[in-house]
Design a protein around this ligand. Structure first.
Ligand code: ZN
Length: 276
């Protein structure tokens, strides 16, 4: 896409509670689109991007990673947790060659891959990368409210700061590298951000949990754990307007089936066949 080289990243498959994913949307509506199993769980993926722009390698989203306990991994039916490193390997990129890492927020299913265990010791997955996080997200992740606490695991992100100083805090929107834009959207979590990669008129946005799956392309279909649901509605509507008008490629955070695509003039989702 212009000067951008984009590779869709699927950093694992798992199952999430349908009620968590669709909030106030009645199950009779969502289950036609995302069938639930006997435990009301639906198939989801951890989706992101590996991009090359201006000679730099950028990883957006790291998925669940490999640190889950066996019990927890079974609970969420986690498959292929090594997807991130395997994808990099296929592209011939070593973890220490990654220049920048962006996770849309610090929830366990997006930031888990930032760190890994080697011989029982916690270490950074990308030891030389700059990591861009909203300061509001970092502060909240360290001191979440009681409802949000289960969404964060300190081992995922605190090593970026402790003794390493590899995290760069953002206070709102920023262009962190040429063509690499971060938009603070909040809503799902205080510091949720959307990554927008630009090359001239072309753009690709990694939505994070602002838009989890293709059914979430309906503005009112939002998750039950959003801390500020009305802000999610506003930011989604704004993103969709821009994406539709300027033909932005969108990458949806948890869609299992063709997660990258465009919103057509009639509002329909058109998956990008080269990114499936
Ligand atoms: Zn998520």
């Amino acid at each position: 896409m212009g000067d951008l080289e984009l590779h869709l990243l699927v950093a694992g498959h798992w199952k999430a509670d349908g009620g968590l994913m669709f909030g106030v949307v009645p199950k009779v509506m969502w289950e036609k689109l995302k069938p639930a199993d006997g435990n009301n769980m639906i198939d989801v993926a951890c989706v992101g991007l590996i991009a090359r722009i201006g000679g730099k390698v950028i990883v957006c989203e790291t998925g669940i990673g490999t640190k889950l306990s066996e019990k927890r991994a079974l609970q969420v039916a986690l498959r292929e947790p090594e997807g991130l490193l395997h994808s990099l390997q296929r592209l011939g990129i070593r973890p220490d060659e990654v220049d920048a890492v962006v996770t849309t927020h610090l929830h366990w299913d997006h930031a888990g891959g930032l760190t890994r265990l080697r011989d029982g010791k916690l270490e950074l997955t990308f030891p030389k990368a700059r990591h861009f996080v909203q300061r509001s997200e970092w502060d909240f992740a360290l001191h979440p409210d009681v409802r949000s606490a289960s969404g964060y695991v300190a081992d995922d992100f605190t090593p970026l700061e402790d003794g390493n100083h590899l995290v760069e805090f953002l206070d709102g929107d920023a262009e962190v590298l040429p063509g690499v834009h971060i938009r603070h959207v909040g809503g799902h979590t205080p510091g949720s951000q959307v990554l927008v990669l630009r090359s001239g008129e072309l753009a690709c946005a990694v939505t994070g949990d602002l838009v989890c799956t293709a059914p979430h392309l309906r503005v009112p279909w939002t998750m039950s754990d959003d801390i500020e649901p009305l802000r999610v509605l506003q930011e989604k509507a704004r993103l969709f307007d821009e994406a539709q008008q300027h033909r932005w490629l969108l990458v949806l955070s948890h869609e299992t089936d063709q997660p990258a695509g465009y919103i057509e003039a009639d509002g329909h989702w058109r998956p990008e066949p080269r990114l499936t």
